[in-house]
Design a protein around this ligand. Structure first.
Ligand code: 5GP
Length: 241
């Protein structure tokens, strides 16, 4: 698929138009950012593994009836995706209380509750992504009731499926951010952002070692090696399916 002009340049990604108006190519850079851009580094190879892991997981979701934007890998750092109209809501699904929620609730980082917590944030940098729930989303016209119901359902199913997959790979999915959009080809709701160690927390199931972007946030080292380890563990599970 022929790559055309840049539609969007973010800190960690580039989005290119293609010859097909309903498809884009997403390019994963080697840049790592944290704390709203206060911390930034170039980590050689990070884009390769974020691209590969995202492709693995989005393909698993597609194969299990959870529609995503992913179509196919087109290069080491690139994948072909369905074009979407963005729905500016971040869904954060949490299997443990970690990160910002642990700080907010005053519990230890990684606290296990046995409950899945789903939070929604209005994706607006100027407002610092405020927390919202369905009534706010409806009042702001961000999505319809049916679309919200569908996004909640897909978030729950994606979390269950990825928890099971990660467990088979000896890892525990602690939390993750999901974003959705309306596919421009048929208007349906699909998962429309990467799912990678940049957007989830993933621990080694036995040792609770952090394998995800917390390695960068907390200066734990070996970020790219850890992303490669995640990729290889998932690949092994998928090969033995
Ligand atoms: P927290 O609320 O602890 O900052 O994040 C919860 C989970 O959502 C983590 O796995 C984190 O990586 C992901 N997440 C939350 N906000 C963002 C964001 O703006 N960008 C990315 N890439 N991930 C986020």
């Amino acid at each position: 698929m022929l790559k055309k002009e840049i539609l969007f340049e973010g800190n960690e990604k580039l989005i290119f138009a293609t010859e097909d108006p309903e498809r884009v190519i997403i390019h994963y850079k080697d840049v790592a950012m944290a704390f709203s851009g206060i911390k930034r580094a170039v980590l050689r190879g990070k884009g390769v593994y974020a691209n590969r892991i995202s492709a693995q997981l989005l393909q698993v979701l597609n194969d299990n009836g959870i529609p995503t934007h992913f179509v196919e890998l087109t290069g080491e750092r690139e994948q072909l995706c369905r074009k979407i109209e963005i729905i500016p809501i971040e869904f954060i699904v949490r299997n443990r209380i970690a990160g910002s929620l642990a700080v907010r609730l005053g519990v230890e980082d990684g606290h296990a509750t046995g409950h899945v917590i789903t939070e929604m944030r209005y994706n607006d940098d100027d407002l610092d992504d405020p927390f919202i729930h369905d009534d706010h989303a409806l009042a702001l016209g961000l999505a319809t009731e049916d679309e919200l119901r569908r996004m909640h359902e897909l978030a729950e199913r994606a979390n269950k499926l990825l928890c099971t997959l990660c467990a088979k790979a000896g890892m525990e999915l602690v939390d993750m951010k999901l974003e959705f959009g309306r596919a421009t080809d048929d208007g349906s709701i699909i998962i429309s952002d990467e799912i990678s160690p940049d957007t989830f927390r993933l621990w080694d199931a036995a040792t609770h070692e952090r394998l995800d972007k917390d390695r960068f946030r907390l200066d734990l080292g070996d970020v790219v090696a850890s992303y490669r380890d995640i990729y290889e563990r998932i690949a092994k599970v998928l090969e033995n399916k």
